[in-house]
Design a protein around this ligand. Structure first.
Ligand SMILES: NC(=O)c1ccc[n+]([C@@H]2O[C@H](COP(=O)([O-])OP(=O)(O)OC[C@H]3O[C@@H](n4cnc5c(N)ncnc54)[C@H](O)[C@@H]3O)[C@@H](O)[C@H]2O)c1
Ligand SMILES: Nc1nc(=O)c(N)c(NC[C@H](O)[C@H](O)[C@H](O)COP(=O)(O)O)[nH]1
Length: 364
């Protein structure tokens, strides 16, 4: 089977359009732990760099394992994974990212590229996706996509940014730690909280019912992470939650947000990023989920993104997942056009995944 697709798994901007597969010969190759497609000799997927709009045309993944078994124990992990077996238990949770797996990132990171706007943080959009552009099997379902090496890469990215931003949907689904577990950063053999990013959660109506038992606050208590800043549209804040945040050095940030007819909030990304910069965050990695990413990829916001680093796992999650797919865009004649395109592209195999780095093309 040989197909050309957009990062979200589409073969064309519309049923009658034709996606120009601008990458010849660059294929992901047969995923080493692909679902059992024994009737196919090889699966070659050529990923174009354009977000198209149509629903993915991949067949429903029904009778095939949707998540290949991860290496069940450390002893199965290749040494290069940085998660060697028999590690010193005091660093049990920490990871390492070999130099060979980090050098290619350098030109896409804040230190080597400062944002051209001093009032804004350097903003990196980074997430892990399936071959059909899904972040998770279903809303509210935390789904492991990254292999151990690209997971370590994500944690390395966290050590290189002042802040890490998610939406409340991710906080509710994952109970995430949102810290960095690279060996040598604060809490993992380093000083204080050096290298630990500030978690930022967009939660307009304060839906996140966090407590001392939330993973993030447990890490704070252990000196292995920072307390979150929660961005809300509320002026009156829940006192108990505000008290818990303050206890660990976090806070609510109230920001004016537009609401649509159904009462859904829509943050102004420029306002948010200026506010975070004013609070001292010089760089932010936006990790997801899909609603956060799709809104940041809207025409009026996408120019705020300085760098894109996407981990593509060799897995189809099938229809019904949480999909990254920006809103439809049309040209002046009303014809559907690609929503966004990357430029200055680099593809790097990391373990069984491939990592795509680039910048959003300005005339996207
Ligand atoms: N694979 C990955 O890299 C990755 C990363 C993050 C999350 N996830 C997964 O994605 C799922 C969560 O994604 P999701 O899309 O459901 O939720 P989300 O994390 O995008 O949060 C959605 C909520 O955040 C707020 N929000 C988001 N964008 C906003 C905007 N522009 N203005 C105002 N408020 C905004 C709203 O309250 C919205 O309901 C979970 O299953 C999680 O495990 C995967
Ligand atoms: N890079 C990446 N690969 C994945 O397979 C996956 N599921 C996520 N998901 C990101 C999301 O933001 C998760 O909530 C945090 O990754 C939680 O993980 P931590 O507890 O912070 O380590 N990210």
């Amino acid at each position: 089977m040989n197909v050309a697709q957009s990062p979200r798994g589409c073969a064309g901007p519309s049923r009658h359009g034709y996606l120009r597969a601008t990458l010849t010969g660059s294929t992901l190759g047969p995923p080493s732990q692909a679902p059992n497609l024994s009737n196919l000799r090889a699966t070659t997927v050529t990923c174009s760099l354009r977000h198209s709009l149509e629903r993915p045309f991949w067949p429903q993944a029904t009778d095939i394992p949707i998540i290949p078994p991860q290496a069940a124990s450390q002893s199965l992990l290749p040494k290069s994974a940085g998660l060697q077996a028999n590690m010193d238990l005091s660093k049990r949770d920490s990871m390492e990212l070999p130099e060979a797996d980090r050098a290619f990132l350098e030109t896409h990171l804040p230190s080597s590229r400062s944002t051209s706007r001093p009032d804004l943080p350097f903003t990196t959009l980074t997430f892990a996706t399936s071959l059909d552009s899904a972040l998770a099997l279903a809303p509210g379902t935390r789904t492991v996509l990254s292999g151990p090496q690209s997971k370590a890469m994500t944690h390395y990215l966290r050590s290189r940014h002042d802040g890490i931003l998610i939406g409340v949907g991710t906080a509710l689904a994952d109970d995430p730690g949102l810290n960095c577990r690279i060996a040598g950063v604060g809490g993992y053999g380093g000083q204080g909280l050096e290298g630990q990013p500030r978690p930022v959660v967009i939660d307009p109506s304060a839906r996140w019912d966090f407590s001392e038992n939330s993973k993030l606050f447990q890490l704070c208590a252990q000196g292995q992470g920072r307390a979150p800043w929660i961005v809300t549209a509320l002026q009156q804040l829940p006192a108990d939650k505000a008290g818990l945040l303050e206890k660990y050095g976090g806070k609510y940030i109230s920001l004016k947000m537009e609401t649509n007819d159904s009462g859904r909030h829509h943050i102004d990304w420029h306002d948010l990023l200026v506010t975070l910069r004013r609070n001292g965050l010089r760089s932010i990695m936006v990790e997801g989920g899909a609603q956060v990413i799709n809104s940041l990829l809207e025409p009026q916001s996408m120019s705020l993104v300085d760098s894109v680093i996407v981990t593509i796992a060799p897995t189809w999650l099938g229809q019904g997942g949480v999909v990254v797919s920006p809103a439809r865009r049309r040209d002046s004649t009303g014809t559907p056009v690609a929503a966004a395109r990357l430029t200055n592209i680099q593809w790097h195999p990391v373990g069984e995944d491939v990592v795509l780095c680039g910048q959003i093309k300005r005339d996207s």
